[in-house]
Write a protein that binds this ligand. Structure first.
Ligand SMILES: [Zn+2]
Length: 83
């Protein structure tokens, strides 16, 4: 149902086969992008994860993941990985 409300309702559903990683899966970012709003700096993945330009994330359960990847440097500059 499309209500046209302005609430930020995340209703992405993964219809891919095989299923993409769920939002609570550490590999959640491997899910497909279903909506991109570069002017606002975020993308919506099919598992409901909101992925921001700075690599921060907003999970469908309300959880927030701080930016965890450098966006303007090469990863090898950093000695350790947050994974
Ligand atoms: Zn999917």
């Amino acid at each position: 149902m499309h209500t046209g409300e302005v609430n930020l309702v995340i209703e992405a559903r993964c219809g891919h086969v095989p299923r993409c990683p769920a939002a609570d899966n550490p590999a959640r970012e491997a899910a497909r992008t279903v909506a991109t709003h570069p002017e606002q700096g975020w993308s919506l993945l099919c598992n409901g994860d909101l992925l921001f330009d700075d690599t921060g994330e907003l999970l469908p359960n309300g959880g927030v993941i701080a930016p965890h990847r450098p966006t303007d440097m090469h990863p090898e500059v950093f000695g350790s990985r947050a994974l």
